[in-house]
Ligand binder design. Sequence first.
Ligand SMILES: C[S@@+](CC[C@H](N)C(=O)[O-])C[C@H]1O[C@@H](n2cnc3c(N)ncnc32)[C@H](O)[C@@H]1O
Length: 259
Amino acid sequence: MTVLTWVVDRQRLSSIAHSRHPIAAPVSGVNVNRLLRRAGREPTARILDLGCGDAAWAMQALAHYPDGHADGVDLNSHVLERAAVAAEGRGLADRLTLHERDARSYVPDGDYDLVLCVGATHIFDGFAGTLRQAGRHVNADGILLVGEAFWQVPPTPAALAALDVKPGDYTDLAGLVDAAEHDGWTPVYAHVSDAEEWNDYEWSWVGSLTGWGLDNPGHPEAAEVLAVARAHREGWLRGYRDVLGFATLVLRRATNSAG
Ligand SMILES: C[S@@+](CC[C@H](N)C(=O)[O-])C[C@H]1O[C@@H](n2cnc3c(N)ncnc32)[C@H](O)[C@@H]1O
């Protein structure tokens, strides 16, 4: 979230940064499971994860829906390679199909019982675009699960600078619900990340990069990796900490197929 001119390969940097926290959002494993339970799909659920990253959400969803199948879509070949290895290790490779492509132009061969887009709404230009573009893949009685940032308090100049965003790029929590209802969705559950989840996420991100830089002192990119970690930490601690929130909403269509 910090503005820097990076020379280091961004995909590799992101891989290192997320190595200790495969969910690339401030949501704990316990709460991932709670959200998936609340999604309440059948064991045979068809699942789509847009901007899946390491496919940690998709794989955990498959643990909840033991006869289900998931499609994960991401542009980043590095994360998809890691996802494939993890799926193999968890015995899920035959139930997870990974697609290296732009989620905006993904054309599935049917609709889904559960569509996930967590920490990846930028793909669709924000929350409203995600409701429309990810939502079109959800079947009539299906669930759209979206993880999105919001302003916990009115944004400060330091937070805006650290995140390189404008005040209007996010709403407050009530505004997220309003936007969902405006587009015909209604939350049947939501999780708001707490301070401990933010701490774990941010310190894992910063700590993984810092550890890598210290472990590889002769590497040509080590100094830059350390600088990225430091700048990110500063941006969080002095900028958006306790200002930016993160909510994961479990959404259903406001009018279901039964009318
Ligand atoms: C912050 S990560 C979130 C990953 C995952 N949803 C999670 O919560 O762990 C955002 C992901 O979106 C992917 N991404 C960005 N633009 C994309 C696009 N146009 N199509 C597909 N994936 C994209 C990135 O490669 C990255 O893996």
